[in-house]
Design a protein around this ligand. Structure first.
Ligand code: FAD
Length: 412
Protein backbone atom coordinates (compact mmCIF):
# COMPACT_ATOMS: atom_id res chain seq x y z
CA UNK A 1 0.00 0.00 0.00
CA UNK A 2 1.14 3.57 -0.63
CA UNK A 3 1.81 5.92 2.27
CA UNK A 4 -1.68 7.51 2.22
CA UNK A 5 -3.80 4.42 2.73
CA UNK A 6 -6.46 4.00 5.33
CA UNK A 7 -8.38 0.87 6.19
CA UNK A 8 -11.84 1.33 7.60
CA UNK A 9 -13.43 -1.64 9.27
CA UNK A 10 -17.22 -1.55 9.54
CA UNK A 11 -19.63 -0.22 6.94
CA UNK A 12 -22.15 1.57 9.15
CA UNK A 13 -22.74 5.33 9.06
CA UNK A 14 -19.61 6.11 11.13
CA UNK A 15 -17.29 4.07 8.88
CA UNK A 16 -18.89 5.20 5.64
CA UNK A 17 -18.67 8.88 6.55
CA UNK A 18 -15.03 8.54 7.62
CA UNK A 19 -14.40 6.82 4.26
CA UNK A 20 -16.04 9.64 2.31
CA UNK A 21 -14.24 12.44 4.14
CA UNK A 22 -10.85 10.76 3.79
CA UNK A 23 -11.35 9.96 0.10
CA UNK A 24 -12.36 13.59 -0.48
CA UNK A 25 -9.02 14.58 1.04
CA UNK A 26 -7.09 12.37 -1.33
CA UNK A 27 -6.61 9.29 0.78
CA UNK A 28 -6.77 5.85 -0.72
CA UNK A 29 -9.57 4.21 1.26
CA UNK A 30 -10.34 0.55 1.62
CA UNK A 31 -13.41 -0.37 3.66
CA UNK A 32 -13.98 -3.89 4.99
CA UNK A 33 -17.39 -5.10 6.06
CA UNK A 34 -18.18 -8.54 7.52
CA UNK A 35 -21.73 -8.67 6.14
CA UNK A 36 -22.73 -9.17 2.52
CA UNK A 37 -23.81 -5.52 2.30
CA UNK A 38 -22.95 -2.32 4.17
CA UNK A 39 -25.33 -0.08 6.14
CA UNK A 40 -27.69 -2.77 7.40
CA UNK A 41 -28.44 -1.10 10.72
CA UNK A 42 -28.68 2.25 8.94
CA UNK A 43 -31.48 0.76 6.85
CA UNK A 44 -33.15 -0.76 9.91
CA UNK A 45 -33.06 2.72 11.47
CA UNK A 46 -35.15 3.87 8.53
CA UNK A 47 -38.02 1.49 9.23
CA UNK A 48 -39.71 3.48 11.96
CA UNK A 49 -39.13 6.98 10.49
CA UNK A 50 -35.63 7.83 9.36
CA UNK A 51 -34.62 10.34 11.98
CA UNK A 52 -31.20 11.56 10.85
CA UNK A 53 -30.58 14.31 13.37
CA UNK A 54 -32.25 17.06 15.35
CA UNK A 55 -32.63 20.83 14.99
CA UNK A 56 -32.09 21.46 18.71
CA UNK A 57 -29.67 24.26 19.72
CA UNK A 58 -26.01 23.32 20.18
CA UNK A 59 -25.90 23.33 23.98
CA UNK A 60 -28.95 21.18 24.77
CA UNK A 61 -27.97 18.99 21.79
CA UNK A 62 -24.56 18.25 23.31
CA UNK A 63 -26.29 17.70 26.67
CA UNK A 64 -28.05 14.66 25.15
CA UNK A 65 -24.75 12.80 25.35
CA UNK A 66 -24.81 12.85 29.16
CA UNK A 67 -21.40 12.43 30.76
CA UNK A 68 -19.75 12.89 27.32
CA UNK A 69 -21.54 16.16 26.53
CA UNK A 70 -18.37 18.29 26.51
CA UNK A 71 -16.61 15.95 24.12
CA UNK A 72 -19.67 15.76 21.88
CA UNK A 73 -19.98 19.55 21.97
CA UNK A 74 -16.67 19.71 20.08
CA UNK A 75 -17.57 16.80 17.78
CA UNK A 76 -20.88 18.43 16.90
CA UNK A 77 -19.24 21.74 16.21
CA UNK A 78 -17.01 20.00 13.70
CA UNK A 79 -19.87 18.09 12.06
CA UNK A 80 -23.23 19.51 13.09
CA UNK A 81 -26.84 18.73 12.25
CA UNK A 82 -26.62 21.51 9.62
CA UNK A 83 -23.55 19.79 8.13
CA UNK A 84 -25.46 16.53 8.08
CA UNK A 85 -28.34 18.16 6.20
CA UNK A 86 -25.90 19.74 3.76
CA UNK A 87 -24.21 16.36 3.27
CA UNK A 88 -27.55 14.67 2.54
CA UNK A 89 -28.52 17.55 0.23
CA UNK A 90 -25.28 17.12 -1.65
CA UNK A 91 -26.31 13.51 -2.29
CA UNK A 92 -29.65 14.73 -3.64
CA UNK A 93 -31.56 13.90 -0.46
CA UNK A 94 -33.63 16.81 0.79
CA UNK A 95 -34.43 16.91 4.49
CA UNK A 96 -36.99 18.69 6.67
CA UNK A 97 -37.42 19.53 10.34
CA UNK A 98 -40.50 17.91 11.86
CA UNK A 99 -42.65 19.57 14.53
CA UNK A 100 -40.67 17.84 17.29
CA UNK A 101 -37.39 19.24 15.90
CA UNK A 102 -36.38 15.88 14.45
CA UNK A 103 -34.73 15.95 11.03
CA UNK A 104 -35.93 13.51 8.37
CA UNK A 105 -35.41 13.00 4.66
CA UNK A 106 -38.51 14.21 2.77
CA UNK A 107 -41.06 11.46 2.22
CA UNK A 108 -40.06 10.84 -1.38
CA UNK A 109 -36.63 9.63 -0.23
CA UNK A 110 -36.49 6.17 1.27
CA UNK A 111 -33.51 5.12 3.43
CA UNK A 112 -32.35 2.85 0.62
CA UNK A 113 -32.27 5.88 -1.74
CA UNK A 114 -29.92 7.71 0.60
CA UNK A 115 -27.67 4.68 0.99
CA UNK A 116 -27.64 4.07 -2.77
CA UNK A 117 -26.70 7.70 -3.50
CA UNK A 118 -24.03 7.56 -0.80
CA UNK A 119 -22.46 4.37 -2.13
CA UNK A 120 -22.49 5.88 -5.62
CA UNK A 121 -20.58 8.89 -4.30
CA UNK A 122 -18.07 6.64 -2.52
CA UNK A 123 -17.53 4.73 -5.76
CA UNK A 124 -16.88 7.98 -7.63
CA UNK A 125 -14.36 8.91 -4.97
CA UNK A 126 -12.58 5.61 -5.48
CA UNK A 127 -13.41 4.08 -2.08
CA UNK A 128 -12.95 0.35 -2.36
CA UNK A 129 -15.66 -1.47 -0.41
CA UNK A 130 -14.96 -5.11 0.29
CA UNK A 131 -17.86 -6.97 1.87
CA UNK A 132 -17.87 -10.43 3.51
CA UNK A 133 -14.50 -9.61 4.97
CA UNK A 134 -14.15 -9.88 8.72
CA UNK A 135 -11.50 -8.19 10.80
CA UNK A 136 -9.94 -10.79 13.12
CA UNK A 137 -7.53 -8.67 15.15
CA UNK A 138 -4.27 -6.73 15.12
CA UNK A 139 -0.89 -7.95 13.95
CA UNK A 140 2.27 -6.12 15.03
CA UNK A 141 2.27 -2.31 15.17
CA UNK A 142 0.07 -1.50 12.16
CA UNK A 143 -1.19 -4.78 10.76
CA UNK A 144 -4.78 -5.96 10.50
CA UNK A 145 -5.72 -9.59 10.12
CA UNK A 146 -8.73 -10.14 7.88
CA UNK A 147 -10.68 -13.14 6.64
CA UNK A 148 -12.39 -13.33 3.29
CA UNK A 149 -15.73 -14.99 4.09
CA UNK A 150 -17.16 -14.92 0.57
CA UNK A 151 -18.91 -18.07 -0.58
CA UNK A 152 -16.43 -20.87 -0.92
CA UNK A 153 -13.56 -18.76 0.44
CA UNK A 154 -11.99 -18.75 3.85
CA UNK A 155 -8.72 -17.01 3.22
CA UNK A 156 -6.92 -15.06 5.89
CA UNK A 157 -4.54 -12.24 5.04
CA UNK A 158 -2.79 -9.27 6.61
CA UNK A 159 -2.72 -5.64 5.49
CA UNK A 160 -0.64 -2.77 6.83
CA UNK A 161 -2.42 0.51 6.18
CA UNK A 162 -1.03 3.88 7.25
CA UNK A 163 -4.07 4.45 9.44
CA UNK A 164 -7.04 2.38 10.55
CA UNK A 165 -10.56 3.37 11.56
CA UNK A 166 -12.53 0.83 13.56
CA UNK A 167 -16.27 1.53 13.26
CA UNK A 168 -17.68 -1.83 14.32
CA UNK A 169 -20.91 -0.65 15.96
CA UNK A 170 -22.53 -1.54 19.26
CA UNK A 171 -24.11 -4.84 20.26
CA UNK A 172 -27.81 -4.81 19.42
CA UNK A 173 -29.66 -6.14 16.41
CA UNK A 174 -26.88 -8.67 15.84
CA UNK A 175 -28.47 -9.75 12.57
CA UNK A 176 -27.37 -6.42 11.08
CA UNK A 177 -23.74 -7.25 11.91
CA UNK A 178 -23.50 -5.16 15.09
CA UNK A 179 -22.87 -8.15 17.32
CA UNK A 180 -20.15 -6.84 19.64
CA UNK A 181 -17.99 -9.85 18.71
CA UNK A 182 -15.06 -7.44 18.40
CA UNK A 183 -14.80 -6.95 22.17
CA UNK A 184 -12.22 -9.72 22.88
CA UNK A 185 -10.08 -8.47 19.97
CA UNK A 186 -9.68 -5.13 21.72
CA UNK A 187 -9.47 -6.58 25.20
CA UNK A 188 -6.63 -8.88 24.23
CA UNK A 189 -4.45 -5.84 23.55
CA UNK A 190 -5.42 -4.37 26.91
CA UNK A 191 -8.14 -1.95 25.79
CA UNK A 192 -10.71 -1.15 28.48
CA UNK A 193 -14.17 -2.05 27.20
CA UNK A 194 -17.19 -1.09 29.28
CA UNK A 195 -19.70 -4.00 29.25
CA UNK A 196 -22.60 -3.44 26.87
CA UNK A 197 -26.03 -2.66 28.25
CA UNK A 198 -29.31 -2.05 26.45
CA UNK A 199 -30.14 1.61 25.76
CA UNK A 200 -33.26 3.08 24.21
CA UNK A 201 -35.26 -0.03 24.94
CA UNK A 202 -38.48 -1.12 26.57
CA UNK A 203 -38.87 -1.83 30.29
CA UNK A 204 -40.34 -4.98 31.79
CA UNK A 205 -43.20 -4.86 34.27
CA UNK A 206 -44.75 -7.92 35.91
CA UNK A 207 -48.34 -7.22 34.88
CA UNK A 208 -51.01 -9.60 36.18
CA UNK A 209 -52.38 -12.19 33.78
CA UNK A 210 -55.69 -10.28 33.87
CA UNK A 211 -53.98 -7.04 32.78
CA UNK A 212 -52.02 -8.74 30.00
CA UNK A 213 -55.19 -10.37 28.74
CA UNK A 214 -57.38 -7.27 28.98
CA UNK A 215 -54.98 -4.57 27.80
CA UNK A 216 -52.52 -6.40 25.54
CA UNK A 217 -50.98 -3.51 23.66
CA UNK A 218 -52.38 -0.01 24.08
CA UNK A 219 -51.02 3.54 23.68
CA UNK A 220 -51.27 6.32 26.26
CA UNK A 221 -50.85 9.64 24.49
CA UNK A 222 -49.66 12.99 25.89
CA UNK A 223 -48.23 11.61 29.09
CA UNK A 224 -45.16 12.50 31.11
CA UNK A 225 -42.80 9.96 32.63
CA UNK A 226 -40.06 10.30 35.20
CA UNK A 227 -37.85 8.26 37.49
CA UNK A 228 -37.96 9.44 41.11
CA UNK A 229 -37.86 13.24 41.10
CA UNK A 230 -35.83 13.42 37.87
CA UNK A 231 -36.92 15.45 34.85
CA UNK A 232 -40.19 14.44 33.21
CA UNK A 233 -40.13 13.24 29.62
CA UNK A 234 -43.21 13.89 27.51
CA UNK A 235 -44.52 11.69 24.73
CA UNK A 236 -46.52 8.56 24.05
CA UNK A 237 -46.25 5.44 26.16
CA UNK A 238 -47.09 2.03 24.77
CA UNK A 239 -48.38 -0.57 27.24
CA UNK A 240 -47.38 -4.05 26.10
CA UNK A 241 -47.89 -7.51 27.54
CA UNK A 242 -44.33 -7.46 28.92
CA UNK A 243 -44.15 -3.87 30.14
CA UNK A 244 -43.81 -0.48 28.47
CA UNK A 245 -42.22 0.91 25.32
CA UNK A 246 -42.04 4.32 23.70
CA UNK A 247 -39.87 7.42 23.42
CA UNK A 248 -40.25 8.52 27.08
CA UNK A 249 -39.18 5.06 28.32
CA UNK A 250 -36.22 5.00 25.93
CA UNK A 251 -35.09 8.42 27.12
CA UNK A 252 -35.15 7.21 30.71
CA UNK A 253 -33.14 3.99 30.20
CA UNK A 254 -29.97 5.44 31.80
CA UNK A 255 -31.87 6.30 34.99
CA UNK A 256 -33.75 2.98 35.04
CA UNK A 257 -30.51 1.07 34.46
CA UNK A 258 -28.80 2.97 37.28
CA UNK A 259 -31.66 2.31 39.70
CA UNK A 260 -31.69 -1.40 38.84
CA UNK A 261 -27.89 -1.63 39.18
CA UNK A 262 -28.09 -0.02 42.61
CA UNK A 263 -30.36 -2.88 43.62
CA UNK A 264 -33.29 -0.60 44.30
CA UNK A 265 -36.63 -0.75 42.60
CA UNK A 266 -36.73 1.24 39.39
CA UNK A 267 -40.11 2.88 39.55
CA UNK A 268 -41.32 4.86 36.57
CA UNK A 269 -43.81 7.56 37.57
CA UNK A 270 -46.50 8.18 35.00
CA UNK A 271 -48.41 11.44 34.87
CA UNK A 272 -51.59 10.88 32.89
CA UNK A 273 -52.58 14.56 32.90
CA UNK A 274 -49.36 16.60 32.67
CA UNK A 275 -51.10 19.56 31.01
CA UNK A 276 -53.76 20.00 33.67
CA UNK A 277 -52.94 22.37 36.56
CA UNK A 278 -53.21 20.46 39.89
CA UNK A 279 -56.05 22.67 41.15
CA UNK A 280 -58.10 22.06 37.99
CA UNK A 281 -57.50 18.33 38.23
CA UNK A 282 -58.69 18.30 41.83
CA UNK A 283 -61.72 20.41 40.98
CA UNK A 284 -62.72 17.96 38.27
CA UNK A 285 -62.26 14.97 40.56
CA UNK A 286 -64.43 16.62 43.21
CA UNK A 287 -67.43 16.67 40.89
CA UNK A 288 -70.15 14.30 42.08
CA UNK A 289 -69.94 10.93 40.34
CA UNK A 290 -73.66 10.21 40.58
CA UNK A 291 -74.39 6.78 39.20
CA UNK A 292 -71.39 6.80 36.88
CA UNK A 293 -69.00 3.89 37.21
CA UNK A 294 -65.31 4.64 37.83
CA UNK A 295 -64.39 4.18 34.13
CA UNK A 296 -67.35 6.35 33.07
CA UNK A 297 -66.38 9.08 35.53
CA UNK A 298 -62.74 9.13 34.35
CA UNK A 299 -63.86 9.25 30.75
CA UNK A 300 -66.40 12.04 31.30
CA UNK A 301 -64.38 14.31 33.56
CA UNK A 302 -60.82 13.75 32.30
CA UNK A 303 -61.19 12.07 28.89
CA UNK A 304 -59.26 9.10 30.26
CA UNK A 305 -60.71 6.07 28.50
CA UNK A 306 -59.49 2.49 28.33
CA UNK A 307 -56.96 1.25 29.30
CA UNK A 308 -56.56 3.82 32.10
CA UNK A 309 -59.11 2.38 34.61
CA UNK A 310 -57.56 -1.09 34.20
CA UNK A 311 -54.08 0.34 34.65
CA UNK A 312 -55.07 2.23 37.80
CA UNK A 313 -56.70 -0.87 39.29
CA UNK A 314 -53.60 -2.90 38.40
CA UNK A 315 -51.28 -0.66 40.42
CA UNK A 316 -53.82 0.45 43.06
CA UNK A 317 -56.73 -2.00 43.49
CA UNK A 318 -58.55 0.58 45.64
CA UNK A 319 -58.29 3.29 42.92
CA UNK A 320 -62.06 3.50 42.34
CA UNK A 321 -62.76 4.33 45.98
CA UNK A 322 -60.02 6.88 46.56
CA UNK A 323 -60.83 10.39 47.76
CA UNK A 324 -60.28 13.11 45.11
CA UNK A 325 -56.93 14.22 46.62
CA UNK A 326 -55.52 10.68 46.65
CA UNK A 327 -56.89 9.95 43.18
CA UNK A 328 -55.28 13.15 41.84
CA UNK A 329 -51.98 12.04 43.37
CA UNK A 330 -52.33 8.63 41.72
CA UNK A 331 -53.26 10.01 38.30
CA UNK A 332 -50.22 12.27 38.24
CA UNK A 333 -47.80 9.68 39.56
CA UNK A 334 -48.90 6.17 38.61
CA UNK A 335 -46.14 3.87 39.91
CA UNK A 336 -44.81 1.43 37.30
CA UNK A 337 -42.29 -0.90 38.97
CA UNK A 338 -39.69 -1.97 36.43
CA UNK A 339 -38.23 -5.46 36.86
CA UNK A 340 -35.62 -5.15 34.12
CA UNK A 341 -34.83 -3.78 30.70
CA UNK A 342 -35.59 -5.63 27.48
CA UNK A 343 -32.81 -7.84 26.08
CA UNK A 344 -29.70 -6.25 24.56
CA UNK A 345 -30.38 -7.51 21.07
CA UNK A 346 -33.77 -5.74 20.94
CA UNK A 347 -32.41 -2.37 22.00
CA UNK A 348 -32.24 0.52 19.54
CA UNK A 349 -28.72 1.26 20.77
CA UNK A 350 -26.23 0.12 23.36
CA UNK A 351 -24.42 1.79 26.22
CA UNK A 352 -20.87 0.57 26.83
CA UNK A 353 -18.04 -0.11 24.41
CA UNK A 354 -14.49 1.21 24.16
CA UNK A 355 -13.86 3.43 27.18
CA UNK A 356 -12.97 7.03 26.35
CA UNK A 357 -9.94 6.61 28.60
CA UNK A 358 -8.55 4.33 25.86
CA UNK A 359 -8.52 7.10 23.22
CA UNK A 360 -7.00 10.56 22.93
CA UNK A 361 -8.83 13.71 21.84
CA UNK A 362 -8.57 12.53 18.21
CA UNK A 363 -10.33 9.26 19.16
CA UNK A 364 -7.08 7.43 18.49
CA UNK A 365 -6.18 4.45 20.68
CA UNK A 366 -3.40 5.53 23.03
CA UNK A 367 -1.82 2.14 22.82
CA UNK A 368 -1.98 1.87 19.06
CA UNK A 369 -1.03 5.09 17.30
CA UNK A 370 -2.70 5.24 13.90
CA UNK A 371 -5.79 3.28 14.96
CA UNK A 372 -8.94 5.39 15.47
CA UNK A 373 -12.38 4.48 16.77
CA UNK A 374 -15.73 5.92 15.64
CA UNK A 375 -19.46 5.41 16.10
CA UNK A 376 -21.46 3.37 18.52
CA UNK A 377 -18.55 1.10 19.48
CA UNK A 378 -17.36 3.91 21.78
CA UNK A 379 -18.87 4.13 25.25
CA UNK A 380 -21.53 6.80 24.86
CA UNK A 381 -25.26 6.82 24.77
CA UNK A 382 -27.93 9.27 23.72
CA UNK A 383 -31.71 9.18 23.43
CA UNK A 384 -33.62 8.61 20.20
CA UNK A 385 -34.46 11.77 18.26
CA UNK A 386 -31.61 11.71 15.72
CA UNK A 387 -28.87 11.96 18.35
CA UNK A 388 -27.58 8.43 17.66
CA UNK A 389 -26.93 8.79 13.94
CA UNK A 390 -25.64 12.34 14.43
CA UNK A 391 -23.19 11.02 17.05
CA UNK A 392 -21.99 8.32 14.65
CA UNK A 393 -21.58 10.78 11.78
CA UNK A 394 -19.79 13.32 13.95
CA UNK A 395 -17.29 10.79 15.30
CA UNK A 396 -16.69 9.53 11.74
CA UNK A 397 -15.99 13.06 10.51
CA UNK A 398 -13.79 13.73 13.52
CA UNK A 399 -11.44 10.78 12.99
CA UNK A 400 -11.26 11.56 9.27
CA UNK A 401 -10.07 15.06 10.06
CA UNK A 402 -7.54 13.81 12.60
CA UNK A 403 -6.11 11.35 10.08
CA UNK A 404 -6.04 13.74 7.15
CA UNK A 405 -4.48 16.52 9.19
CA UNK A 406 -1.77 14.19 10.50
CA UNK A 407 -2.64 12.71 13.86
CA UNK A 408 -0.56 13.50 16.84
CA UNK A 409 -0.69 11.31 19.90
CA UNK A 410 -2.52 13.67 22.27
CA UNK A 411 -2.20 14.34 25.93
CA UNK A 412 -4.07 12.33 28.46
C1 FAD B 1 -34.52 -0.39 15.17
C2 FAD B 1 -33.53 0.74 15.14
C3 FAD B 1 -33.96 2.02 14.79
C4 FAD B 1 -33.05 3.08 14.82
N1 FAD B 1 -33.51 4.32 14.46
C5 FAD B 1 -32.64 5.37 14.52
C6 FAD B 1 -33.08 6.67 14.13
O1 FAD B 1 -34.21 6.87 13.63
N2 FAD B 1 -32.20 7.70 14.31
C7 FAD B 1 -30.95 7.52 14.81
O2 FAD B 1 -30.23 8.50 14.99
N3 FAD B 1 -30.48 6.29 15.09
C8 FAD B 1 -31.30 5.22 14.97
N4 FAD B 1 -30.84 3.96 15.26
C9 FAD B 1 -29.42 3.79 15.70
C10 FAD B 1 -28.43 3.79 14.53
O3 FAD B 1 -28.89 2.94 13.50
C11 FAD B 1 -27.06 3.32 15.04
O4 FAD B 1 -26.68 4.12 16.15
C12 FAD B 1 -25.98 3.41 13.96
O5 FAD B 1 -26.30 2.58 12.86
C13 FAD B 1 -24.62 2.99 14.50
O6 FAD B 1 -23.67 3.25 13.50
P1 FAD B 1 -22.20 2.66 13.52
O7 FAD B 1 -21.59 3.06 12.23
O8 FAD B 1 -21.51 3.04 14.77
O9 FAD B 1 -22.38 1.09 13.58
P2 FAD B 1 -23.27 0.08 12.74
O10 FAD B 1 -24.29 0.78 11.93
O11 FAD B 1 -23.74 -0.90 13.74
O12 FAD B 1 -22.22 -0.58 11.74
C14 FAD B 1 -21.15 -1.36 12.19
C15 FAD B 1 -20.73 -2.28 11.06
O13 FAD B 1 -19.53 -2.97 11.42
C16 FAD B 1 -19.58 -4.28 10.89
N5 FAD B 1 -18.67 -5.14 11.65
C17 FAD B 1 -18.75 -5.51 12.95
N6 FAD B 1 -17.72 -6.30 13.28
C18 FAD B 1 -16.96 -6.45 12.17
C19 FAD B 1 -15.74 -7.14 11.89
N7 FAD B 1 -15.10 -7.85 12.84
N8 FAD B 1 -15.22 -7.07 10.65
C20 FAD B 1 -15.83 -6.34 9.66
N9 FAD B 1 -17.00 -5.66 9.88
C21 FAD B 1 -17.55 -5.71 11.11
C22 FAD B 1 -21.04 -4.66 11.07
O14 FAD B 1 -21.41 -5.73 10.21
C23 FAD B 1 -21.76 -3.34 10.74
O15 FAD B 1 -22.12 -3.25 9.39
C24 FAD B 1 -31.69 2.86 15.19
C25 FAD B 1 -31.26 1.57 15.49
C26 FAD B 1 -32.17 0.52 15.46
C27 FAD B 1 -31.68 -0.87 15.79
Amino acid sequence: MSTKTVAIVGGGPAGLLAAQRLAERGWQVQLFEAQATVGRKFLVAGHGGFNLSNAEDAEPFAGRYGTESTRFGALLEHFSAADLRAWAGDLGIETFVGTSGRIFPVAAHKPADLLRAWLGRLRELGVEITTRHRWLGFVGAAGLRLRDESAGASREFIIEPTATVLALGGASWAKTGSDGAWVPLLQEIGMPVVPFAPANCGAEIAWSAFFREKVGRAPLKNIALRVKDGPAVRGELMLTDYGVEGTPVYALTPQVRAALAAGGPAVLRLNLKPDLPPATLLQKLRQPRGKASFPEFLKKTLHLGPPVPTLLREVAPEAATLEPEALAALLTSVPLPVMGLRPLDEAISTAGGIAFSAVDENLMLWQRPGTFVAGEMLDWEAPTGGYLLQGCFSTGAWVARAISEGWLPGKR
